[in-house]
Design a binder for this molecule. Structure first.
Ligand code: RIB
Ligand code: CA
Length: 319
């Protein structure tokens, strides 16, 4: 039996989603990708889907991509073109994909991939965009619940935010979608800003990547260049590669510390829209806290292992 972790990735590429895929593609000994699904977030659904198709082929993952939600469950979609560029990948060109998106939408695609697994196998859902697709999957297809090993998300924050003082982008974009996931009672690992903001690549790493004669290094270096010049990072030394943290956590859990908590999502319209309220009170909800909230991470090791992955892909893809 294939002992690798069976992965479904729901994403909105997105510069950091793309770099997360590089990390995953460098570790095919650990991850068996069942597929990629896309959700509107950093860019429109058309652009993030096209990006996922291009990345899947460029990185030789060659897995099916299914298009998902065009808008959040209820709210109006917001994009982040100021940070991720018009094409969503820092306006860095990737070769056009040969493949088309899968015939079914992301929710049906995820449901079918999960239910097709051999009886004794389970899937790990990784989400690095708004949680619209994952929330709808859990609500519309409860039969998948017992086939999910855990859900590892990039999103939320125990304290603070990036879109507002209280909310992180993925949760802010679709609070209702996020609430459906956090209230599911399934085992969740929340890689929030408390840890992801400190996990990144700096200008020195960018220069090193640009100087190398590597097919993947060049693309990652150029995406980083755009990212570091964007309003969010212009005056900073390091750009957070938020979406690589879920994969790094699964590869190297020893780099991270966290606490089991209850997480509730503020679905109001007010200043706290999209806040993830993390509750440490173990007796307050009458059940074992279902969410592992990561609070600390080893930034140096994160950078070292991420660069190692990019360099190994340079070799692997040049063969
Ligand atoms: O807040 C960071 C998250 O929002 C990342 O997933 C990034 O790609 C954006 O989607
Ligand atoms: Ca993302």
């Amino acid at each position: 039996m294939d002992s690798r972790r069976k992965i479904l990735l729901d994403c909105d590429p997105g510069i950091d989603d793309a770099i997360a895929l590089c990390l995953a593609a460098a570790h095919t000994e650990a991850f068996c990708f069942l597929g990629i699904t896309t959700v509107a977030g950093n860019q429109t659904i058309e652009k993030v889907t096209d990006n996922a198709l291009r990345l899947s082929e460029f990185l030789k993952l060659d897995v099916p991509v299914a298009q998902g939600a065009r808008t959040p469950v209820i709210r109006e979609p917001l994009t982040a073109s100021g940070i991720h560029g018009k094409n969503g990948l820092g306006d860095v060109p990737f070769p056009r994909a040969e493949a088309e998106p899968a015939g079914e939408n992301a929710v049906l695609f995820m449901r079918n991939k999960i239910m097709e697994l051999p009886a004794q196998e389970k899937v790990t859902l990784i989400a690095t965009g708004p949680l619209t697709n994952v929330g709808l999957l859990l609500k519309a297809c409860p039969e998948v619940r017992e086939r999910i090993q855990e859900i590892v998300i990039m999103g939320g924050a125990c304290t603070g935010g990036n879109v507002t003082a209280n909310a992180e982008f993925n949760i802010y974009e679709d609070p209702e979608g996020a609430a459906m996931v956090f209230l599911s009672g399934l085992p969740i690992v929340m890689c929030g800003l408390d840890v992801t903001a400190k996990c990144g690549l700096n200008r020195e790493a960018m220069a090193f990547l640009l100087e190398r004669d590597g097919k993947v290094s060049e693309k990652v270096g150029k995406m980083l260049q755009f990212y570091l010049d964007s309003p969010g990072y212009r005056d900073k030394e390091t750009a957070s590669i938020h979406d690589a943290v879920p994969f790094m956590y699964l590869l190297h859990p020893e780099l991270f510390q966290g606490e089991k908590m209850y997480v509730q999502v503020d679905c109001s319209q007010g200043i706290s829209r999209g806040a993830t309220v993390c509750d440490r009170r173990s007796s307050a909800h009458g059940q074992e806290p279902p969410v592992m909230v990561l609070l600390k991470g080893d930034s140096d090791k994160f950078r070292e292992y991420l660069l190692e992955a990019v360099f190994s892909l340079d070799e692997k893809l040049s063969e």
